[in-house]
Design a binder for this molecule. Structure first.
Ligand code: ATP
Length: 361
């Protein structure tokens, strides 16, 4: 045993070389993923990319066809060898459509998983979790008396109550309306961090992933495209898919000349790419900083506002930008707060280069 083996705590969950096929349809194509104790990892990706299948494999709800699953350094599932069933994995599960036991009250549903605790403590523990998720007043209600969102919160409380070392959550906030969702996310994250449960959370919502995750694993078509902190994925995306997954983006084409790509909003550094390469330039709407100008449209400032819309917390400006060499582009800019320049208003544009990304075509 080397020193590094001793000092590094085993991963709470370790997936190695996971592949999965449904009737000749390969939906998971070789995934490695580790979750450290206490870490919240979000599995993010578009519908159908294999997130739920991977989570079900980790939970033991799907048999491992290829690869292996370990919990706390112990192998618990590998093809043809071992398959520890879900209920023996000390894992908390909550799914989008988690069914509660219909004949048990909310309180009984949550105490159900607490068989290891003395009965005097079960009630206390369940009520504590229900209170943290805003459901204390419903302890004596039955599932059919609750809304979908309330049932989802009870399912979360039930999964969290036994303080599992690993929580597996599949779209656990999907039935909540937007306002309630923010609060329950916040409360859930608080509970997870307090319990120190390692968590794998499936979502297709980038904002939810950024809020909940210590690390995000972004999937596309059965593979992980990029793993990193929310900041790493947002500010250092490895390919165009990662950029577009986090929101609308302006896309332009260009060619590298003297280490730069000329765009209608100014040159962008591309010195790491070969001279003459064709590139895709991706400019986030918030990268375009607009300054109004006191000049008539006929002056040499060609860039102008086409349309401005207030969206609430920000304003969306549709603009037409003209570069020095006659290039023209229609772009969307996003400006915080209320900013509604007139149609035709001449403008200057400053580029925040940290939100501009260049990829070879
Ligand atoms: P969503 O966000 O829509 O839930 P997902 O990323 O979780 O999607 P999965 O549910 O893992 O995706 O599904 C991945 C692919 O596997 C899909 O094409 C789906 O149709 C297919 N699939 C999932 N479960 C089964 C099954 N039991 N039998 C056959 N195909 C399945």
């Amino acid at each position: 045993v080397s020193l590094s083996d001793v000092s590094a705590p085993a991963s709470a969950l370790s997936l190695r070389g996971i592949q999965h096929t449904f009737a000749a349809n390969k939906v998971v194509k070789g995934i490695d993923l580790d979750i450290a104790p206490g870490e919240v990892v979000c599995l993010l990706g578009p519908s159908g990319c294999g997130k739920t299948t991977l989570l079900r494999i980790a939970a033991g709800l799907e048999v491992v066809q290829e690869g292996s699953v370990s919990l706390d350094g112990l192998s618990i599932a590998a093809p043809g060898k071992r398959h520890v069933p879900p209920e023996k994995r000390n894992v908390g599960l909550a799914f989008q459509d988690s069914a509660l036991f219909p004949h048990l009250s909310v309180l009984e549903n949550v105490t159900f998983g607490l068989k290891n605790l003395p009965s005097s403590q079960r009630r206390e523990r369940a009520l504590e979790l229900l209170a943290q998720l805003g459901m204390a007043d419903y302890a004596e209600s039955y599932p059919h008396m609750l809304s979908g969102g309330q049932q989802q919160r009870v399912a979360l409380a039930r999964a969290l109550a036994p303080t599992p070392k690993l929580m597996l959550l599949d779209e656990p906030f999907s039935s909540l309306d937007a306002r309630l969702r923010d609060r329950i996310r916040d409360d859930t994250l608080h509970v997870l961090k307090k319990l120190g449960s390692a968590t794998l959370l499936v979502t297709h919502d980038p904002e939810e992933a950024m809020f909940m995750a210590d690390r995000i694993a972004l999937m596309r078509d059965g593979e992980i495209v990029q793993t990193g902190t929310p900041r790493e994925l947002y500010c250092a995306p490895v390919d165009p898919f990662v950029v577009t997954f986090f929101g609308e983006v302006n896309e332009l084409s260009g060619v590298v000349k003297c280490g730069f790509v000329a765009t209608p909003v100014g040159p962008v550094d591309a010195s790491w790419l070969p001279e003459g390469s064709n590139v895709q330039v991706m400019i986030r709407p918030e990268a375009l900083r607009i300054k109004e100008r006191d000049l008539p449209v006929e002056s040499h400032s060609h860039s102008h506002v086409v349309m401005a819309k207030l969206l609430g917390r920000s304003s969306l400006i549709h603009l037409c930008a003209h570069g020095e060499d006659g290039q023209e582009a229609h772009l969307h800019a996003r400006v915080p707060g209320v900013f509604l320049p007139q149609e035709g208003q001449p403008i200057d544009i400053d580029l925040d280069h940290s939100q501009v990304f260049i990829f070879p075509r």
